[in-house]
Design a protein around this ligand. Structure first.
Ligand code: UT7
Length: 330
């Protein structure tokens, strides 16, 4: 191992909204069917939030569970990083989450890296702990992409679900973030967008401003698929190298849950057997920044996440963005 970065993982939690959208429901909305969705994605259902549910509520619920697992109180949080592309407030939702939790002593901010957001957030928070600036950090991945899906586009509306997941990190040795690698591919940005569209408004004389609206999610599915299958194994290998680990040492491969076929292809390329790959695709669909911590929580709830286990986490998606982190749990 190249050495620890002085960050311990001490708790995980997750929250899903109550609504369930099945493949048969989707067949009522667009020209699709259960068989196509299962075969091409592995998905069976997704959790969806009603209009009364806020991202803040989901995030708070995930954080409370993670704190409970860690035996900590909100008053002990120093830092909260909220990875999201679907904030309740574009000025930032972390402040709302901290207020709702009752953690006025903590500092928090939003971080946007789409479906890679949780890994980017984990790495970001870890730097504050490794420098000794803070002792306890919470990283939340929370998204409600149902707010931004085009429900007439069968190429995207079948994929996404809502949810939040959180991990609690503390400074301390031996460290649990063993190695990481992050990457942006801006030139491929147009493959997956949730883009602002201005409607120009002349104000005075020759001054025009651009108020407008965000357009629904648009994706070139095959291009993103190829990006993932080609580049996710490479970035995991890079992070493993930096961690001084090999594929054989990975107890759990926890990828962004975009498509079962992507999970299978990446695991096969890395030579990691299916029984060491965590999948919540069938039950949760693609919950964007929430999918990795929700998969971790799923593993913990099943009693299969044990101290000392090595995890290979990897997020990928819009941006395009890509990130991998090799971690030792507990
Ligand atoms: O979270 C961010 C990262 N996102 C991803 O990683 C998503 C990556 N992409 C994917 O997972 C896959 O590309 C999809 C699941 C989105 C699509 O699967 P695909 O195997 O790449 O299908 P395709 O787009 O190549 O479409 C194949 C056919 C097309 O029909 P024709 O042109 O062959 O007649 C599509 O129109 O399937 C059709 N199709 C559908 N048919 C039934 C596309 N969507 C559907 C649908 N139901 N929902």
């Amino acid at each position: 191992m190249l050495g620890s970065q002085g960050v311990r993982f001490v708790g995980v939690g997750g929250a899903l909204p109550d609504g369930r959208l099945t493949n048969d429901h989707l067949a009522q909305l667009v020209d699709t069917n259960d068989e196509w969705i299962r075969t091409r994605t592995g998905m069976q259902q997704r959790a969806l939030a009603g209009p009364e549910v806020t991202l803040t509520q989901l995030a708070v619920s995930a954080v409370r569970q993670a704190l409970g697992a860690a035996g900590l109180e909100p008053s002990q949080i120093d830092l909260l990083v909220l990875a999201t592309s679907t904030p309740d407030d574009l000025f930032g939702t972390a402040s709302l989450v901290l207020a709702e939790l009752g953690a006025p002593q903590a500092v928090g901010f939003d971080l946007t890296a789409a479906c890679s957001g949780f890994v980017f957030g984990l790495v970001t928070a870890s730097q504050f702990l490794a420098t000794g600036a803070y002792r306890t950090a919470v990283v939340v991945g929370a998204d409600m992409l149902s707010r931004w899906v085009d429900w007439t586009d069968r190429g995207t509306c079948i994929l996404f679900g809502d949810g939040a997941g959180a991990v609690v990190l503390q400074a301390g040795d031996p460290g649990g973030l063993l190695g990481f690698a992050l990457h942006n591919d801006g030139p491929q940005n147009s493959c997956l967008t949730l883009r602002f569209q201005p409607s120009p408004r002349p104000l005075v004389e020759d001054l025009t401003v651009g108020p407008g609206q965000f357009q629904p999610i648009a994706m070139q599915g095959q291009k993103v698929y190829q990006f993932a299958v080609r580049q996710v194994p490479e970035i995991i290998e890079k992070a493993l190298f930096r961690a001084g680990c090999t594929q054989d040492q990975v107890d759990w491969l926890i990828l962004h849950q975009a498509n079962q076929r992507i999970l299978d292809a990446v695991a096969e390329r890395l030579g990691i057997p299916p029984e060491r790959v965590v999948s919540t695709v069938a039950e949760h669909g693609n919950t964007s920044a929430a999918s990795i911590p929700l998969a971790l929580e799923h593993l913990a709830a099943a009693g299969r996440l044990q101290p000392g286990q090595v995890l290979a986490l990897a997020g990928f998606g819009a941006g395009l963005t890509l990130g991998a982190a090799i971690c030792r749990w507990g």
